[in-house]
Write a protein that binds this ligand. Sequence first.
Ligand code: UDX
Length: 394
Amino acid sequence: MEKQGKRSNRLVLVPGSFRGHLNPMLQLGTILYSQGFSIIRPLLREYTSFNFASQCQCKAPFQECLARLTEKQNSDEEKISCIIYDELVYFSEAVATEMKLPSIILRIGGITAFMSRDAIVPQAEGNNFLQVSNSTSNYRSWIKRGSARILSPQVKGSTFFEIRVITQVVKELRNTRKSSAIIYNTIDFLEQSSLARTLQQFHLPLFSIGPLHKFAPALSSILFDEDISCMRWLDEQTNDNTIIYVSLGSITQIYENELAEMACGLANSNQPFLWVVRPGSVRGSEWIESLPEGFEEAVGQRGCIVKWAPQKQVLAHAKVGGFWSHCGWNSTMESISEGVPIICRPNSGDQRVNGRYISNVRRVGLEMENELNRREVERAVRRLMVDKEGLEIG
Ligand code: UDX
């Protein structure tokens, strides 16, 4: 229920620029607004990607923007009471400190992945990457292996310089500096052990408040136009729990040959599918020009391809019985919230920890780890959607 009347306590929200980062911050803003807060979201044009240069470029304009806002404040109601920032936009904290404002960090990923990421630093400094025991019983070794997973492609062929840069970034991100609190967008029961350990480790208040998408109304798509025709297509399908939904989020890119292997595997699995292929997500192609010849037949018979879907509605649809996901944290929570089991095909960073956690610890998905080829795709889809194993996972 939205609070009416005069708004007090202005909050400044500083989101990360990727879709997976923007959404949770906007959802948090919507919830806070409904509770009577007034919300400001500065537009930082320079902040389009995560790197040290953009952090430096953005600090001064952000500070100027806040200074203008504070100059104009005529009453207590107009005072800025706090800055809530995505941890990737960490220059916000320095600005808050200089302006004597409290700040809160929003961490949009899973706590388990954060713990794995933070473990990169001591491991890099001790130079003992990949020297981690294989025992799954030991939580600490699980987290250490998670950190190796986050880095795996980098570690194999990486130079000392590359590892140093990654370690430096992680050091920046794990430094909570003078922030007053950390907010996590996670589900308590999903990450109980990690949450308990994080509470012991940090000496500032932590709030686990997710899944935000369940508490905030659906936001109309900001970065991409949703193709809602796929909802009609889903309605027209005959049986419940039979559609495999395929989407790799807002950043992941694949190669043309991977698109072709995905297409052939989906066609050979004989399962109906709803597939999001984001324009620009296939390297070297605008959209789906490189799909193999004859694939239209499979699409005509039992498939639907769109550029962007209303994902939360799709996952809540009775006809959808599985999700092939890159395991971005938002997709992970959206799927788990709807009880849809996942084929985990992580691409990078935290996604690798999420994928392993979903499949090996929470057992609500299965990993497709081997080389992406049509046989693996067909096998994974059939394992999840047709075999007894899939029914048990669901
Ligand atoms: C990024 C990182 O890549 C990821 O590792 C991190 O965990 C979060 O930030 P992204 O890759 O975009 O996120 O994936 P994800 O976290 O799953 O977010 C994608 C969002 O886009 C979800 O909220 C999903 O509902 C939405 N989406 C995706 C749509 O609305 N329609 C689509 O067709 C596809």
